[in-house]
Every structure is written in structure tokens, then in C-alpha cells.
Design a protein around this ligand. Structure first.
Ligand SMILES: NC(=O)C1=CN([C@@H]2O[C@H](COP(=O)(O)OP(=O)(O)OC[C@H]3O[C@@H](n4cnc5c(N)ncnc54)[C@H](O)[C@@H]3O)[C@@H](O)[C@H]2O)C=CC1
Ligand SMILES: O=C(OP(=O)(O)O)[C@H](O)COP(=O)(O)O
Length: 339
């Protein structure tokens, strides 16, 4: 059994913890939190051993009547691998602690590529993570782009990818985020971090990305244009290619899903935990071929698409399974793949 610790039990961390408990080859050693809020209480209710992320705050948990299993250093020491899901920049601060206990660490997309030995996407570069001490699971948007571009590059070759990312301003729980009533080029200069991040997975891929932020919380939306080296005659061929990928969901026309709102409704209706959509959601009708150019729209559920990737990264780092085995096991246990 792979003993997994999760440090940072927020949007990403709590989802990764739940996914780890579903894996037959993994054991969740515990989760670390900075303060005794509702998420801490829920973790305890789920039976997850809870550790204090900051030693000075142990008394806050005691005062709240929440039982602790120990401090984060004990958690890291007891684990074979730690998933750091702390806010951007805190992962970098934690690196020395992981090194002190010789525990390999997975970081999230908010950390810099320079922090780690390898940036990771399961479909893109699974094998490169084996034996690495510090691995970054790339951001939600970069994960969505990597999953899409991998099969397209393999089948047709990518001459140039151009993507405009219309990004949600904040997650549903992030009440302090904006914009509330605006549409922002973000960043206003090119490229957004997503293109260079895709290049940490596919170094030779020619890609330009432009970012925006809008007053929405549900999902991101990508407008994708890829000039292909060897374009197929018909868009149907591309649809068939994408449909073979378990983490790409081609939204059928019959579903009558016109945006992120209905996508989330669909996720709740089919009983997805937290309404999560782990797959890229690609509008089937949008997949078009114009000459050598492929066009499509996809929506990305920022809170959850990196979760299967974190599970795969755990196995990849420890060399516990090859890409195909790991992705299949993760998909089957979590229920990845939409009808
Ligand atoms: N929310 C999203 O849409 C996505 C986030 N990411 C990345 O995942 C990482 C985490 O983001 P979220 O889960 O959204 O953040 P979050 O704020 O929801 O959760 C972070 C958790 O870490 C805790 N924390 C803060 N300092 C800590 C410390 N020193 N030790 C332990 N825990 C600490 C916070 O209290 C919070 O519970 C970031 O790098 C982010 O860029 C990646 C993909 C999507
Ligand atoms: O990694 C994400 O988005 P990004 O790829 O646009 O940076 C997540 O949605 C977190 O973004 P945030 O930094 O706006 O919270």
C-alpha cells in the first residue's frame, strides 16, 4: 500500500484525499489543516486522521473540540509521498520540510515550474515523473490543454496551437474574488502562463495562449484553434479520436448543454461528488476542420480536473504502475468517463 499524506485540505486537497481513499493500492495516512473550520470537522467525520499544519495552532483545534493525530511533520514522516495542495507559494515554503523527511512531494499548478524536477500530466508525460522527488501537477487549465493536445499531436502533428482561455474569476467558495462586473484581459500581456506551462509537458509544441477573467465561478472555457501538420478531411475523424480518450467528454448535441451551468447541473444529476467534472467537456458540435485548422470549445472544471492527475502522479513518482494501468485504475475507481 502506498501511504499518502495530503498537506493543505482546501478545494484541491479534499478532493485528492477522497480520491486516494478509493484507490485499492493507496492508504490515506492523514490530512493537514491550518485551522479548525468546517473542512477540518468534515475530515474528522470522514475518518481522516487530522494533523495540524502549524504547530502553534494546535490549541485552536483543542479549543474547538477537534481531535488531532499530530503535527504535519509527523504526517510527512509517516508517508511514502505527500500531496501538497496549499495555496500558491506555500508549497515552495514547504519544500524544505519534505526534503528533511526524504518524502517525495507533489505540488499543484500554482507553484512555479522551477520549484520541481518534473511538471506532470498523466496523458502527456507520465513516465518522466518516476523517481523524481518534486513533481508539479500542472494547473487545471494546463491539464485541460495537455489532455487535448496529446492525442491531436500524436494523430495529426501540431504546427501551431492558439488558445484563448476565458477563466472563472474565483471558485464558488472564494467570496473575496472578482471581477464582479467586468471582463479582464488577464494577463494583459502575452503569453498567459498556460502556454509556457504546456511546454513543460510538451517542450517542442508551438503554442500561444491568451488569458481572460470573467465574473463566473463554475468553470473555465477555452476557445481552441490548432493548425495541424496533417489535417484530416472531416471533423468526424477528430471527434472519434477525442472520444477514445477517457478524460475527454464530448458533449453530445442531444444533451442540450449550452454552458457551464447545465454542465454542472448534469454532474449533480448523475450523482457526481460535489458536482465534479473530472473530464474536459468538449462541445461535439464545435469540433470543426477548416483547411488545416482544428477549432473547438471546451469547458474545464477547475476544482476537479487535476484530481485524477494527482492520483496518477502518486503512482508515477513511485514507479508503482505504468501509465495505462494507473489511468485505468484511477478512472475506474473514481468513475471518470461520462455518457
Ligand atoms: N482551485 C482551483 O481552481 C485550482 C487550484 N489549483 C492549485 O492548487 C493549489 C491549491 O489551491 P486551492 O485548493 O484552490 O486552494 P484553497 O485555498 O482552496 O486550499 C488551500 C488549503 O491549504 C490551507 N493552507 C494554507 N496554508 C497552509 C500551510 N502552511 N500548510 C497547510 N495547509 C495550508 C488553506 O487553509 C486551505 O485549506 C494552488 O497551487 C492552486 O493554484 C490547481 C488547479 C485548480
Ligand atoms: O490553476 C488555475 O487556473 P489557471 O490555470 O488559469 O492559473 C486554477 O483555476 C486556480 O486559479 P486561480 O489562481 O485563479 O485561483
Amino acid at each position: 500500500m502506498i501511504r499518502v499524506a495530503v498537506n493543505g485540505y482546501g478545494t484541491i486537497g479534499k478532493r485528492v484525499a477522497d480520491a486516494v481513499t478509493l484507490q485499492p493500492d493507496m492508504e490515506l495516512v492523514g490530512v493537514a489543516k491550518t485551522r479548525p473550520n468546517h473542512e477540518a470537522e468534515t475530515a474528522v467525520r470522514k475518518g481522516y486522521p487530522l494533523y495540524a499544519a502549524i504547530e502553534d495552532r494546535v490549541h485552536l483545534f483543542e479549543e474547538a473540540g477537534i481531535e488531532l493525530a499530530g503535527t504535519v511533520e509527523e504526517l510527512v514522516e509517516a508517508a511514502d509521498v505527500v500531496v501538497d495542495a496549499c495555496p500558491s507559494g506555500i508549497g515552495a515554503e514547504n519544500k524544505a520540510m519534505y526534503e528533511a523527511y526524504d518524502t517525495p512531494a507533489l505540488y499543484q499548478g500554482g507553484e512555479s515550474a522551477d520549484l520541481v524536477d518534473v511538471s506532470f500530466n498523466a496523458r502527456g508525460n507520465y513516465d518522466e515523473a518516476e523517481g523524481a522527488d518534486h513533481v508539479r501537477v500542472v494547473s487545471c487549465n494546463t491539464t485541460g490543454l495537455s489532455r487535448l493536445l496529446a492525442p491531436v499531436e500524436e494523430a495529426y502533428g501540431v504546427e501551431k496551437a492558439r488558445v484563448t482561455l476565458v477563466r472563472r474569476g474565483g471558485d464558488p467558495g472564494q467570496t473575496g474574488r472578482g471581477p464582479i462586473n467586468d471582463i479582464l484581459p488577464n494577463p494583459v500581456t502575452l503569453p498567459s502562463h498556460h502556454g509556457p506551462d504546456v511546454n513543460t509537458i510538451f517542450p517542442d509544441l508551438d503554442i500561444d495562449t491568451l488569458g481572460m477573467k470573467v465574473p463566473a465561478t463554475l468553470m473555465h472555457t477555452h476557445s481552441v484553434n490548432v493548425t495541424l501538420e496533417d489535417a484530416p478531411d472531416a471533423a468526424d475523424e477528430v471527434r472519434d479520436l477525442l472520444a477514445e480518450e477517457s478524460r475527454l467528454f464530448l458533449i453530445p448535441e442531444r444533451h442540450d448543454i449550452d454552458g457551464a451551468g447545465k454542465l454542472k447541473e448534469y454532474a449533480y444529476d448523475i450523482g457526481r461528488p460535489r458536482g465534479d467534472l473530472w473530464e474536459n467537456c468538449i462541445w461535439e458540435e464545435s469540433v470543426s476542420i477548416e483547411g488545416d485548422d482544428l477549432y473547438l470549445f471546451q469547458a474545464i472544471h477547475q476544482e476537479s480536473d487535476v484530481v485524477p492527475e494527482n492520483v496518477d502522479a502518486i503512482r508515477a513518482v513511485l514507479g508503482e504502475a505504468d501509465r495505462g494501468e494507473s489511468m485505468a485504475r484511477t478512472d475506474e475507481t473514481m468513475g471518470v468517463g461520462l455518457p
